[in-house]
Design a binder for this molecule. Structure first.
Ligand code: AMP
Length: 297
């Protein structure tokens, strides 16, 4: 079960721009998770959310029974602009819209979820969703700079309730004040979540776990189109893989990182979810083999 934003994105990269395309952390994450296990979204969209976008999620088997519609307001909107190297971006605009005053309602199937991804959205929504789940086995948490900056106490409280906290290097530095990423990861783990993954974009990702440290490179992408959603796809595929394995040990999380990295690399090769939604486990496994090959001596 995945919560997070279901959004319309307006994106500008050095080469292209597209407006009002399907995005949002829950959309990317659910599509990515759907390659491994049935995924369901708990979120809200607005009165402008297109039927064709509903179809894109449903086509991949994503369950939308708990996707509410706010008849008064439009869908969550995010406008982002990437710099020349694609590694940094500015949020030009973010409008919560349908999420204003959203009170998540979970049906019995969502309440019974064992594997939960609290995708990037306000800690208030993430906390309300987690509260409604009866007995989760494994909870993954994702966030971003906006929430770290404006809702830090709520996020800190949530981190303590989660099994795995995923964030990128700049967010880890922002949260800890540590420039050294190893120290930042260890500090985050000791002060909150049981395990922590720090993503390093094109340089891979690192896992800080009770049983040890692990790192993998990213899949070597040649055609980078739009990095939007890479982190959400990573989190979705990772949680989906763990749910499918029904195991949460160090070794399973390490394998899940390979699949997460491979899945995220598909997302960045197109705008929106265009390439991800058309992909499959075969392509993901091909990329997993490549990551294994380039990291073995
Ligand atoms: P990522 O590139 O993985 O960080 O995720 C980008 C996606 O997150 C976009 O599709 C946005 O719609 C969505 N997004 C951007 N800002 C926020 C926010 N503050 N809360 C929730 N989702 C957001």
């Amino acid at each position: 079960m995945i919560t997070g934003s279901v959004a319309y994105d307006c994106i500008e990269t050095p080469e292209h721009s597209e407006d009002f395309i399907l995005g949002g952390s829950a959309s990317y994450a659910a599509l990515a998770a759907s390659f491994f296990t049935p995924a369901r979204i708990v979120a809200v969209v607005g009165n402008d959310f297109k039927k064709s976008d509903v179809k894109r999620l449903v086509k991949r088997g994503v369950n939308l029974d708990n996707l509410a519609v706010n008849a008064e307001l439009p869908t969550f909107l995010w406008r982002g602009k990437y710099h020349d190297n694609f590694n940094s971006r500015d949020t030009i605009d973010v409008q919560l819209n349908a999420f204003e005053g959203y009170n998540p309602i979970l049906d019995d199937a969502s309440k019974a979820a064992q594997y939960v991804l609290l995708g990037n959205i306000s800690p208030e929504v993430q906390t309300a969703v987690l509260k409604a789940v009866k007995k989760p086995k494994f909870v993954v948490l994702d966030s971003m700079d906006l929430w770290i900056n404006i809702t830090r106490p709520a996020l800190d409280a949530l981190v303590k309730k989660c099994d795995l906290f995923i964030l990128n290097d700049s967010e880890a530095r922002l949260m800890t004040g540590e420039h050294n990423i190893i120290n930042a990861g260890n500090r985050l783990r000791k002060s909150g979540s049981k395990s922590v993954i720090i993503k390093l974009g094109e340089y891979g990702s690192m896992l800080f776990h009770r049983d040890g440290f692990f790192t993998i490179p990213a899949y070597p992408v040649k055609q980078l189109y739009d990095p939007t959603g890479a982190g959400d796809s990573f989190a979705g595929a990772l949680t989906g893989y763990i749910a499918k394995a029904d195991k949460t040990d160090f070794s399973t999380i390490k394998k899940a990182m390979l699949y997460a990295s491979a899945t995220a690399s598909i997302t960045v090769e197109s705008f929106s979810c265009y390439k991800l939604e058309k992909s499959g486990l075969k392509e993901i496994e091909k990329r997993v083999r490549k990551i294994r090959e380039i990291s073995k001596i």
